[in-house]
Design a protein around this ligand. Structure first.
Ligand SMILES: CC(C)(COP(=O)(O)OP(=O)(O)OC[C@H]1O[C@@H](n2cnc3c(N)ncnc32)[C@H](O)[C@@H]1OP(=O)(O)O)[C@@H](O)C(=O)NCCC(=O)NCCS
Length: 167
């Protein structure tokens, strides 16, 4: 496969990213409980301009194929990977691991980050497999953390500590 490259998330990426998720369930699976439908300019600007968050785009042969974010918490020595997503056309290509690794590289580039963490809904087996493959360990389940329509979803908390990181 050609090399996947990482760069800052830009306004020109909004239309493509907006095409990846349509229903409330798809948006919450990707972005958590605070996202609203549609994924509009205001929400994307808020993410991109948030000083505690870095937003990254991933390109394959110049085409936007992935997205991910890292939220930093200096008081807790922690970086939280979030909103990892792959273009529907490119799912199943094995891109989730290099994307998560790229975000981890950005997280641990800050010398004070000791713990990387993330939360993933329990039904999202593909995401959990990718995170486990790069070293994340499941810590436990938060039960019924979000309601989507008639359903309430559980989430798995996962973490990876700096000494466990293989770079
Ligand atoms: C979850 C997501 C990021 C996975 O990305 P991807 O590039 O399609 O996944 P990969 O091709 O890297 O596959 C990851 C692993 O899951 C497995 N997998 C892929 N699709 C699967 C499925 N539907 N069910 C079970 N396992 C699956 C792959 O075989 C691989 O495991 P392996 O390395 O042990 O073989 C992507 O599907 C996505 O963007 N989904 C919508 C948004 C989302 O859920 N984001 C995650 C938020 S935590």
């Amino acid at each position: 496969m050609s090399e996947l490259t990482i760069r800052p998330f830009e306004r020109r990426d909004y239309p493509e990213l907006g095409n990846w998720f349509h229903s409330l369930a798809e948006l919450v699976q990707w972005g958590g409980p605070h996202i609203t439908v549609p994924l509009d300019l205001r929400q994307l600007d808020d993410m991109r301009m948030d000083p505690a968050l870095i937003c990254r785009s991933f390109d394959l042969n110049g085409r936007l194929v992935g997205h991910g974010q890292v939220r930093f918490d200096k008081a807790a020595d922690t970086a939280r990977l979030c909103r990892i997503g792959v273009s529907p056309e490119f799912r199943g290509w094995g891109l989730s691991q290099p994307i998560a690794r790229g975000l981890l590289g950005e997280a641990f580039a800050k010398p004070w980050v000791h713990r990387a963490e993330l939360a993933v809904y329990t039904f999202n087996v593909a995401a959990q497999r990718a995170y486990e493959a790069i070293g994340f360990r499941a810590e436990g389940i938060n039960r019924q953390v979000v309601r989507v329509g008639e359903d309430r979803w559980d989430q798995v908390m996962m973490s990876l500590l700096r000494p466990e990181w293989r770079g």
